[in-house]
Design a protein around this ligand. Structure first.
Ligand code: ADP
Ligand code: MG
Length: 601
C-alpha cells in the first residue's frame, strides 16, 4: 500500500491560511484589496478590539454574482486571471484566489453581496471554511464581509497574536498605505466606533497625506514628478525640516501596489543630498507607474517585495526627481514652529490624524487629534562650540567672494549685528534672518573642499615633517592590507616597523595642522567598517575638516566679516544646511513679526 494521499480541502485551506492570514491586519489587507479590485469608490472598515473580535469591510464595488459566491471560497478560484500569460499583465491586486478560502478557514465569516442594482442580494455564513447557511436578502450593489473570532479553531495561532494595540497598529498602517495608494477612493476606518481615518476620495494625494499626518505636515510637502520612456514617477516629500526617526514613512507604490524596496528608499534619501540630518528621514509618498510586464510581483503573497527590470534607470530617475524638486524650493526654515503657523494662518482640519506608523501611546488616545512632533526647533539644537584661542580668521577667499558667483538661492541680506557671538542677525526684503555663523562657514568650507577634491590633480602636498601613526598589532595588520585606499586619497603612506606608519604627503584639501587627526580618523573608519564606500569616506572627512576649520560660536565678527560670510554663503550650492544637515539660516517673516505684535490680525 502506498503512503501518499491528497489532503482534503479543509486541511489544505488551513495550511494555506498559515501563509496568507498572519494576523488581523492581513485580513484587512486582503479584503480591502478585493474591494479595490471590485472597482469600489467607497470602502468602510470597522474594527473591534484590534480586529481580534471582528473586522467588517463594506464596499460599493461590482459585487459577486449569486452563482459565484460559493466558488469564491474555493482555493485558487479567481475572476482576475485565466491563463499563465495573464500573469504578465496583472493589473489587479489579487489574482491567486487564496484570500477568501484562507480567511474563512480560520474564522467565522458572513458575506453579503449583490452584483445588480435591483437590490437583490445573497448572504452566506461560514465557520472554519464550511458554508453553514445561504439566504437571499435585499442588498445594494457591493459587498460586505464580516470576519469574527479570528483563529477560534487554531488556538496555537491565537497565542502568537500581540496586544490589541499592536494588532490595531498594523491595521492602521495598512489602511494608511492603501489610502495613499488610492486617493480616488474614499476610505473610512473606525476602531471600536472611534474614527481613525477618513479620506474623501477626491483623487488629491495631498488631501490623503493631510488626513494621515495633519495639515501642518501637508503644508510642508513638496510635489515632484518625472518620467522617461519606461517610468512615470510622481509624489510628495516633506521638506528637510519635517523628518522622522525611521524610514517607515517612506511609502513606495508600483502601479498602485505598496512595496518595500531598499534600493528605491535609498535613492530617495540620496536625492536629498546632504540636506537631511543624520538618522532623520523624510515623509515621502512615491507613485511609480510602468508597464506591468517590467515588474515581477508574483512573489510570496504576504510579502511586499517586487522585482523589476531596468532597475538602475529607475533608481537614477527617482534620485533626480527628488533633487530637481528640491532645487526649486526655498529651504530657509521658518523660525516659528510649523504647527504654530498652521494655527495662525490656516484653519486646522477636523480630520483625525495618525502618523503612518503608530505607536502604543498614540493608539491609546486614538480619538484625540495627534500631530507628530516636528523637528522644527531651531536655535536650541545647534551645538555651541567653545571658542578656541588660535581660531582661524575668516579669510577672504577669492573663489567665493565675487558677487556674480551668487547662485541666487538666498535673498539679498544685510547684516545688522551679532547675537551672543554666534548668530548673525540680518534683514532682507522678506523679513528678519538669523544665521548660525559656524554652520554657515562649515557649509562654505565643505563645498570648497568638495570642489578641490573634484579637481583630479589635487594630489599631494609634501609634509615638511612626516607624520608618524601608531596602531595596535592587529590594526596595523589590517591597515597594511588597505594601504592602497590611502593612496587613492593622495596620501603617501608606508609601513614603518611593525606597528607604525609614516605619512610623507597629504591631499591639498586636508587643513594644515589637522592632518594627523584626520589620518587617524580615516584609519579608524577603515578599521571599523570594511564596506565603507570611498565617496562617503571622503565626504565625512571633508565635513569633519570643514567643521574643524570653521569659525566657532562665541567669536565676535565685524560687520564686514559678516557681510563676507553671507556673500560666500550665498554662492554655495546649498546655503540652507551645514554638511551635517543642521539649519544654517532661519527666517522670521514680516507678517509673522507683525502678528506677534498684534499689528495685524
Ligand atoms: P483573488 O482576489 O486572488 O481573486 P480572493 O480569494 O481574494 O482571490 O477572492 C476570490 C474572488 O472573489 C475574486 O476573484 C473576486 O471575483 C471575488 N471577490 C472577493 N471579494 C470581492 C469584493 N469585495 N467584491 C467583488 N468581488 C469580490
Ligand atoms: Mg483577493
Amino acid at each position: 500500500m502506498g503512503k501518499i494521499h491528497v489532503l482534503d480541502q479543509y486541511i489544505a485551506n488551513q495550511i494555506a491560511a498559515g501563509e496568507v492570514v498572519e494576523r488581523p491586519a492581513s485580513i484587512v489587507k486582503e479584503l480591502v484589496e478585493n474591494s479595490i479590485d471590485a472597482g469600489s469608490s467607497e470602502i468602510t472598515i470597522n474594527v473591534l478590539d484590534g480586529g481580534l473580535s471582528a473586522i467588517q469591510i463594506k464596499d460599493n464595488g461590482q459585487g459577486i454574482a449569486p452563482e459565484d459566491v460559493e466558488k469564491a471560497f474555493l482555493r485558487h478560484a479567481t475572476s482576475k486571471i485565466k491563463s499563465a500569460k495573464d500573469l504578465l499583465r496583472v493589473k489587479s491586486l489579487g489574482f491567486r484566489g487564496e484570500a477568501l478560502p484562507s480567511i474563512a478557514a480560520v474564522s467565522k465569516v458572513t458575506l453579503r453581496t449583490s452584483d445588480t442594482k435591483t437590490g437583490q442580494g445573497l448572504e452566506v455564513y461560514l465557520e472554519g471554511g464550511k458554508i453553514l447557511s445561504t439566504k437571499q436578502l435585499a442588498f445594494n450593489q457591493g459587498t460586505e464581509i464580516v470576519v469574527e473570532e479570528i483563529f477560534y479553531n487554531t488556538p496555537a495561532r491565537l497565542k502568537y497574536l500581540k496586544s490589541l494595540q499592536t494588532e490595531l497598529g498594523h491595521i492602521i498602517d495598512y489602511v494608511n498605505r492603501l489610502s495613499l495608494a488610492y486617493p480616488q477612493i474614499a476610505f473610512s476606518l473606525t476602531h471600536n466606533n472611534n474614527l481613525i481615518l477618513r479620506t474623501n476620495g477626491d483623487n488629491q494625494l495631498l488631501h490623503v497625506i493631510s488626513a494621515i499626518y495633519g495639515t501642518s505636515v501637508a503644508k510642508g510637502m513638496v510635489s515632484f514628478e518625472k518620467s522617461d520612456m519606461d517610468f512615470r514617477i510622481f509624489g510628495f516629500f516633506s521638506k528637510p525640516e519635517i523628518t522622522r526617526a525611521n524610514k517607515s514613512h517612506i511609502s513606495i507604490y508600483i502601479n498602485g501596489r505598496y512595496i518595500k524596496n531598499y534600493l528605491i528608499t535609498h535613492s530617495i534619501i540620496k536625492g536629498f543630498k546632504d540636506l537631511l540630518m543624520v538618522n532623520r528621514f523624510p515623509i515621502t509618498v512615491i507613485h511609480i507607474s510602468m508597464d506591468p510586464s517590467l515588474v515581477d510581483i508574483n512573489v510570496h503573497p504576504a510579502k511586499l517585495e517586487a522585482r523589476f527590470s531596468k532597475e538602475q534607470e529607475l533608481l537614477k530617475l527617482v534620485e533626480i526627481a527628488i533633487n530637481d524638486a528640491l532645487a526649486g524650493q526655498s529651504l530657509i526654515r521658518n523660525a516659528i514652529k510649523n504647527e504654530e503657523r498652521a494655527k495662525i494662518s490656516y484653519q486646522v482640519s477636523e480630520q483625525p490624524s495618525l502618523p503612518l506608523k503608530v505607536n502604543e501611546e498614540q493608539l491609546r488616545s486614538s480619538s484625540r487629534r495627534i500631530i507628530p512632533q516636528e523637528d522644527t526647533s531651531t536655535l536650541s539644537e545647534v551645538p555651541i562650540i567653545a571658542a578656541n584661542q588660535d581660531e582661524l580668521l575668516l579669510e577672504v577667499d577669492q573663489q567665493f567672494t565675487t558677487t556674480e558667483a551668487s547662485s541666487g538661492k538666498l535673498p539679498v541680506l544685510v547684516p545688522l549685528a551679532q547675537f551672543r557671538g554666534t548668530y548673525i542677525i540680518a534683514q532682507g526684503e522678506e523679513g528678519l534672518f538669523l544665521i548660525d555663523q559656524h554652520a554657515a562657514h562649515e557649509r562654505i568650507n565643505y563645498e570648497k573642499y568638495l570642489s578641490l577634491l573634484d579637481q583630479e590633480q589635487t594630489a599631494c602636498q609634501n609634509l615638511l615633517i612626516p607624520i608618524n601613526l601608531e596602531f595596535s598589532n592587529s590594526e596595523s595588520r589590517l591597515l597594511n592590507t588597505r594601504i592602497a585606499e590611502f593612496h587613492n586619497y593622495g596620501i603617501e603612506i608606508e609601513s614603518f616597523g611593525r606597528q607604525s606608519f609614516i605619512v610623507r604627503s597629504t591631499p591639498l584639501w586636508m587643513p594644515k595642522g589637522q592632518e594627523k587627526d584626520l589620518l587617524e580618523q580615516m584609519a579608524q573608519m577603515l578599521l571599523s567598517d570594511n564596506t565603507i564606500n570611498e565617496e562617503a569616506l571622503r565626504k565625512d572627512l571633508i565635513a569633519e575638516a570643514s567643521c574643524k576649520n570653521s569659525i566657532k560660536a562665541n567669536k565676535s565678527l565685524t560687520l564686514s566679516e559678516m557681510e563676507s560670510l553671507i556673500v560666500q554663503l550665498g554662492a554655495t550650492q546649498n546655503p540652507f544646511s551645514c554638511p551635517h544637515g543642521r539649519p544654517v539660516i532661519v527666517h522670521f517673516s514680516v507678517l509673522e513679526i507683525e502678528k506677534l505684535f498684534k499689528r495685524v490680525v
